[in-house]
Design a protein around this ligand. Structure first.
Ligand code: NAP
Ligand code: MG
Length: 503
C-alpha cells in the first residue's frame, strides 16, 4: 500500500508500523478476514489529514456472517458449557493482552483519534484493561435468589440468571478502546457472544485487539467478532438482524433513536449511552484553586469530545470573574498540537466533519451574541483538524451553544446571583440530557443536596471526569437507557428466569 508515512515523535512502535502496513482485518468466527465485497475505508491521522491505514468496510453480508458465528457459538459452542471460572479467566486475559501491549495501543489511539498520547497512556488504556480485570471477577459471581411465593401448597422457587444471547455492540470514536472494553467485558463475563462494530473514524485499536485475540487468547471461534464499517452499511444491519438478541449502543441521541426503531423487529433488548450537556456549578464558597483546574479539565479533556464534558459552566456572580479569568488563562496555556507529540496537551478533533460541526457552533455562538473569552480559532499552518479551547460568556439559556451538544472544546459560562438550590438545580436540569454534572463548594450539605436535585446518572462533587469500573455510568432522560460499569453492567446482559417446583 502506498501511504503517507507519518513523521512522528516518538516513532511508532515497530509492531504498530507493521500492523498499519499489513491490511488490518475483521475478526469473524475466529478468523481474520477481509470484507467479502473487498471495500476499504481510509483511516486518517487527524493531526495531518493524511491517510495512515485502510480497514475493511464490512457490509450486511459480513455482518450476517459475524452474527451467525456468534449465534452458533452461543447455541452450540463450548462457550455456553464453559465454567464461569474459565470464562472469567478468558475475560481477564483480554485485560492482560491490552496491558502487555499498552504502549502500542496508546500510540494507535493517539494516531487514530488525535488525543494526546499522554492522555491515552494515563486514561484510555488503563481504564480499558482495568475494565476487563474488574468484569472478569463478575463471571463467577452471577447468582439468582430463592423466593417465597404465597401460593397454596408447598413450592420451591428460585431464579436463574442467564446470558441474554447474541449481543450487537456499536461504539463511537472518542474513547475507542475504552468503549470496546466497556462493551465486551461485561457481555463476555455474563456469557454472551458478541459482534462489536467500531466507529469508522477510529477502527484501528479494535482491529488490533482482534488480531491479538487470535494470536494470544483462546476464545472459541465466534464468541468475539469485531467488525469495522459505516454506520448505515454495517451498524444498521447489525441493529436490525433477527438473530441478535440485544443491542448495546454508545453514540449520539439521534442514532440511538434509530437503533430503538431497528431493534423493534424482533424486540431486541436495548441499552443506550447517548449524548450529554453536563452543567458544572461553582458556588461562592468553592475552593477556586481546585475549581479552576477542575473546570478546565472538565471542559477540555479529550478535546471536549466527551459526552460528560463540563459544557455549561454556572458560577456565582461574586466569583464569576475570578473563576473565568483563571479557567480562561489555563485554557489559553493548553498546548494544542499533534497527539503523538509527548508535550501535547490537546490534540486535533477527530475528523474534518467534526471540526466543521464544532466550528459551526462557534459561529452560531458569535451570531447569537456570545462573547469569546478565549480561543475560537484553529492552528495556523497545518492541515490537521485543530480548534483551540474556546469559552463563551454573555450567554443566555436559549442559545444553541447552551442547549445543544457540541462535542468539542467549546463551553459556555453563565453567572447566577441567587444560590437557592431548587432554582439552580432547575436551571442545571433545563436540558433534554441527563448524563453528568459537577458541583464545586466547600459546604458538604450544599454538595449532597445538589447531588439529589440534579437529574443525571453521574454527579461529581469537587471533581470532574472521575471514571472507574466500579462506578455505574449512564443517563437519565434522553442520555440513554441502562448503566455501564459496576454490577449494573452485568444486568444489561442477563435474563432472569423464575423456576417453581410444586413439592
Ligand atoms: P454516532 O454518529 O451516533 O455514531 C456512533 C456509532 O453508531 C458509530 O459506530 C456509528 O458508525 C454508528 N452508527 C451511525 N449510524 C448508525 C445507524 N443508522 N445504525 C447503526 N449504527 C450507526 O456518534 P459519534 O458521532 O460517533 O459519537 C459522538 C456522539 O456519541 C455524541 O453525541 C456523544 O455524546 C455520544 N457519546 C456518548 C457516550 C456515552 O457514554 N453516553 C460516550 C461517547 C459518545 P460510524 O462511525 O461509521 O458512523
Ligand atoms: Mg482516525
Amino acid at each position: 500500500m502506498n501511504m503517507h508515512t507519518p513523521t512522528l515523535t516518538p516513532k511508532l512502535a515497530p509492531a504498530i508500523a507493521a500492523y498499519l502496513d499489513g491490511a488490518p482485518k475483521l475478526l469473524i468466527d475466529g478468523k481474520l478476514v477481509s470484507a467479502k465485497a473487498g471495500g476499504l475505508i481510509d483511516v486518517r491521522d487527524p493531526a495531518t489529514a493524511q491517510v495512515v491505514a485502510r480497514v475493511p468496510e464490512a457490509q450486511a453480508e459480513d455482518i450476517d456472517d459475524a452474527v451467525r458465528a456468534a449465534r452458533k457459538a452461543f447455541d452450540d459452542g463450548p462457550w455456553s458449557r464453559m465454567t464461569a471460572a474459565d470464562r472469567g479467566r478468558l475475560v481477564h486475559r483480554l485485560g492482560e493482552i491490552i496491558e502487555r501491549h499498552a504502549e502500542e495501543f496508546a500510540q494507535l489511539e493517539s494516531l487514530d483519534n488525535g488525543k494526546p498520547i499522554a492522555e491515552a497512556r494515563a486514561a484510555d488504556i488503563p481504564v480499558a484493561y482495568n475494565t476487563f480485570y474488574y468484569m472478569a471477577g463478575w463471571a463467577t459471581k452471577i447468582a439468582g435468589s430463592t423466593l417465597s411465593p404465597s401460593v397454596p401448597g408447598e413450592v420451591h422457587s428460585y431464579t436463574l440468571r442467564e446470558p441474554v444471547g447474541v449481543v450487537g455492540q456499536i461504539i463511537p470514536w472518542n474513547f475507542p478502546l475504552m468503549m470496546a472494553a466497556w462493551k465486551l467485558a461485561p457481555a463476555l463475563a455474563a456469557g454472551c457472544t458478541v459482534v462489536l462494530k467500531a466507529a469508522e473514524d477510529t477502527p484501528l485499536s479494535a482491529l488490533r485487539l482482534a488480531q491479538l485475540i487470535v494470536e494470544e487468547a483462546d476464545f472459541p471461534p465466534g464468541v468475539i467478532n469485531i467488525v469495522t464499517g459505516y454506520g448505515e452499511g454495517a451498524g444498521a444491519p447489525l441493529a436490525a438482524h433477527p438473530l441478535v438478541d440485544k443491542i448495546a449502543f454508545t453514540g449520539s441521541t439521534d442514532v440511538g433513536k434509530l437503533i430503538v426503531k431497528a431493534a423493534a423487529g424482533n424486540l431486541k433488548r436495548v441499552t443506550l449511552e447517548l449524548g450529554g450537556k453536563a452543567p458544572t456549578i461553582v458556588f461562592p464558597d468553592a475552593d477556586l484553586d481546585r475549581a479552576i483546574p477542575g473546570v478546565t479539565l472538565g471542559s477540555f479533556f479529550a478535546q471536549g469530545q466527551v459526552c460528560v464534558a463540563a459544557t455549561r459552566i454556572y458560577a456565582h456572580k461574586s466569583i464569576f470573574d475570578r473563576l473565568m479569568q483563571g479557567v480562561s488563562d489555563a485554557a489559553a496555556k493548553i498546548k494544542v498540537g499533534p497527539g503523538l507529540d509527548p508535550t501535547t496537551q490537546m490534540g486535533p478533533l477527530v475528523s474534518a466533519e467534526q471540526l466543521r460541526r464544532v466550528s459551526g457552533y462557534v459561529q452560531s455562538g458569535r451570531d447569537e451574541g456570545g462573547q469569546v473569552l478565549t480561543g475560537g480559532d484553529g492552528l495556523p499552518g497545518t492541515d490537521g483538524y485543530f480548534l483551540k479551547p474556546t469559552i463563551f460568556t454573555n450567554a443566555n439559556p436559549d442559545m444553541r451553544i447552551v442547549r445543544e451538544e457540541i462535542f468539542g472544546p467549546v463551553v459556555v459560562a453563565q453567572a447566577f446571583d441567587d444560590s437557592e438550590l431548587d432554582a439552580l438545580a432547575a436551571e442545571a436540569n433545563n436540558t433534554e440530557y441527563g448524563l453528568a454534572a459537577s458541583v464545586w463548594t466547600q459546604n458538604a450539605g450544599v454538595a449532597h443536596k445538589m447531588a439529589r436535585r440534579i437529574k443525571a446518572g453521574t454527579v461529581w462533587l469537587n471533581c470532574h471526569h472521575v471514571f472507574d469500573p466500579v462506578l455505574p455510568f449512564g443517563g437519565y432522560k434522553q442520555s440513554g437507557w441502562g448503566r455501564e460499569n459496576g454490577a449494573q453492567a452485568l444486568e444489561n446482559y442477563l435474563e432472569t428466569k423464575a423456576v417453581t417446583m410444586a413439592l
